[in-house]
Design a protein around this ligand. Structure first.
Ligand code: SF4
Length: 402
């Protein structure tokens, strides 16, 4: 859409109303009902969400999600320049889907020192503006270690945003340090923590959590920790791990809980859904997500999460090809350059780690969208211009429908 602000349209429901609906939406009573609810200021509840997960009309669901995405962000697709640094793979828990964690005596167990952490960032420090750091629940690390880590990172690389810690890490650090979650997050914020990445939500239904990640924080605790972060002015993302043992209704419940939480604390910036990546040893009973389901989850997220602005096609997990389909099914963000990543790659991801801004922009342009480089908090945007190349394949430009 011409004239869409780089930060997106606040009045997207009105813009959505002006689009002419494709047949796959108009002639589907469920999708027409969802469309009418959204343009009239409402939201999609668990019952309707479950019906969307059960609907055979994937092309209609994707089309509606794409219209909502375009109403909010036109043809823009966002990405950033970032680096993943995992602090430790030693973890006191053993979630059944996790390929990353190691026991403290395992040959491949590691725990970065502060100097090693800085050393990992250094080679990329001129080309990134975000470091994404999560890790296992180290049995010895307390709030003091993380304070030292963030202080040192901020002192050495003041321009780099620190997006770090999942909710369960925050809970673990709090209890190891004898502090409340609020006290822990306040101290870490003071030391340099800027935002939380949102990992570890899995499925926010405790019977599912008891089967796949017993001992982790409860659904209520995940949401409460994010609410406390939001109250302290710390923005967060939220996630969903699907394709383990959950039902489609439990996926709808998960999305509903996130949108209700957002109404309360309004600090989620982006929703990041990703499927379980299997191997022979972990969760053999998992019902793995098909390509149809991956696209469906992303599209339904866009339809149900009317109050969470950004939906990410998490390339590190689903790969660039699936991510490019997701960009036409409701996703507006393709994550970052990443440069180094362990958690998804230990689990079997083969997503490339050497993608620079040019490569990400190419994925975005190949779906007729405009690449926009953003900062972590979606408050600074630059239209990304690829280097000139006369041999480039030309694609037809999508026409605006309003
Ligand atoms: S998912 Fe996180 S908390 Fe669970 S075992 Fe892996 S590293 Fe530990």
């Amino acid at each position: 859409m011409i004239g869409t602000p780089l930060a997106g349209n606040n009045n997207w429901r009105k813009v959505l109303q002006n689009f002419s609906l494709p047949v796959s939406v108009k002639h589907d009573s469920l999708l027409a009902e969802c469309y009418n609810i959204l343009v009239n200021g409402g939201y999609i509840d668990v019952e309707l969400g479950t019906k969307l997960f059960e609907s055979p009309n994937l092309s209609g669901i994707s089309a509606l999600a794409d219209l909502i995405k375009k109403s909010r962000f036109g043809n823009y697709v966002y990405f950033n320049d970032n680096l993943h640094v995992n602090t430790t793979n030693i973890c006191v828990l053993a979630c059944r889907f996790c390929a990353f964690r190691k026991g403290p005596r395992h040959n491949d167990a590691y725990a970065l020192s502060v100097d090693e952490y800085l050393h990992r960032i250094k080679p990329y420090s001129e080309i990134i503006d975000e470091v994404h750091s999560v890790g296992g629940l180290h049995p010895d690390w307390t709030v003091e270690f993380y304070e030292e880590l963030y202080r040192a990172a901020k002192k050495t690389f003041p321009h780099i945003h620190i997006k770090s810690l999942t909710a369960v890490e925050v809970k673990h650090i709090s209890s190891r340090s004898g502090l409340t979650v609020e006290e822990t997050l306040s101290r870490l914020k003071l030391a340099g923590l800027d935002s939380l990445p949102g990992g570890g939500a899995e499925i926010l239904v405790d019977s599912v959590r008891n089967r796949i990640c017993r001992g982790k924080e409860s659904s209520e605790e995940y949401l409460a920790i994010h609410e406390i972060a939001h109250g302290l002015g710390i923005k967060t993302n939220c996630t969903m791990l699907f394709g383990t043992v959950e039902t489609v209704r439990e996926r709808a419940i998960h999305l509903h809980k996130l949108r209700i939480q957002q109404d309360v604390s309004n600090g989620f910036q982006c929703f990041v859904p990703y499927p379980f990546l299997p191997d022979k040893s972990r969760l053999p009973e998992a019902q793995l997500a098909s390509l149809n389901e991956i696209i469906r989850v992303i599209a339904i997220s866009r339809i149900m999460l009317d109050n969470i602005p950004h939906i990410k096609a998490y390339r590190m997990n689903i790969g660039s090809n699936v991510a490019s389909i997701a960009l036409n099914s409701g996703a507006d963000d393709i994550d970052g350059t990443v440069n180094h990543e362990e958690i998804m790659h230990e689990a079997g991801s083969s997503a490339r780690l050497d993608s620079d801004s040019e490569e990400l922009a190419k994925i975005i342009e190949n779906v007729n969208s405009t690449p926009i480089k953003r900062n972590t908090t979606y408050s600074n945007f630059t239209r990304y211009k690829r280097k000139p190349n006369d041999d480039r394949r030309r694609l037809p430009v999508a026409q605006s429908t309003s």
